[in-house]
Design a protein around this ligand. Structure first.
Ligand SMILES: CC(C)(COP(=O)(O)OP(=O)(O)OC[C@H]1O[C@@H](n2cnc3c(N)ncnc32)[C@H](O)[C@@H]1OP(=O)(O)O)[C@@H](O)C(=O)NCCC(=O)NCCS
Length: 193
């Protein structure tokens, strides 16, 4: 699982290009367990929302043409224009433990600071220790903790213990802001999810 093998030494961190889209999408499907956060989702539009608005904050770790990691950020807090949002980061297991995550974070954060960010926000799910430790090591400090409270429908048969399916996430202001900025910047023509 550790990325200390030969492949880690051949990894380059480069700005994301259109040619990376498929590899980023596929790696995200392998890396993110979105079932633990039913209000969020990983899809092609999750990538393009950031790539459209802030391409310079989207970086890829690649080796021999293969996408082994990525980070996606943008200036998405439109109520706080001086806040950047580093929303998605993932590494292929072969690239983990190699320092590549810190290079991706640094490249994304520099781009967001250059774009005017005074603060950069990221969210780490409770229990994701590798991500939390890596963020702390890269100068992120815990801020507000948000707990998802779930009330189940009492007459719903056969769904005990399962989280409700929520297609969109109006209760997540950060993502709503990403969408609203992305729609504005693309002329409002996209339907989103
Ligand atoms: C989050 C992620 C990008 C971090 O990359 P990484 O290469 O694993 O990060 P690093 O090795 O630099 O740092 C991970 C830290 O967690 C520790 N760690 C690794 N696995 C661990 C585990 N199972 N439990 C506790 N700590 C763990 C490492 O020892 C290291 O600690 P250190 O800073 O004290 O040395 C990567 O783990 C990943 O892709 N995870 C899946 C996707 C994800 O969760 N993304 C974040 C949410 S959007």
């Amino acid at each position: 699982m550790s990325g200390t093998g030969a492949i880690a030494e051949t990894i380059s961190v480069v700005p994301m290009r259109m040619a990376h889209l498929e590899g980023v999408l596929e790696l995200g499907f392998r890396a993110f367990d979105v079932s633990t956060m039913p209000y969020t989702s990983w899809s092609l539009s999750s990538i393009t929302e950031h790539f459209d608005t802030q391409p310079e904050a989207c970086w890829v770790a690649e080796a021999e043409g293969e996408v082994l990691g990525f980070v996606l950020g943008s200036m998405s807090y439109d109520e706080r224009e001086d806040w950047g949002y580093m929303e998605w980061i993932a590494l292929d297991p072969r690239a983990r433990g190699s320092g590549v995550a810190s290079h991706l974070v640094e490249a994304c954060c520099q781009a967001l600071f250059d774009a005017g960010a005074a603060r950069i926000i990221t969210d780490v799910e409770h229990g994701n220790e590798p991500s939390a430790r890596m963020m702390r090591r890269n100068s992120f400090i815990e801020g507000v903790t948000v707990t998802l409270f779930v009330r189940k429908r009492s007459d719903e048969p056969g769904r005990q213990g399962r989280m409700p399916h929520v297609r969109s996430k109006p209760e997540d202001p950060a993502r709503a802001r990403v969408r609203s900025v992305a729609r504005r910047s693309t002329g409002g023509g996209r339907s989103g999810e």
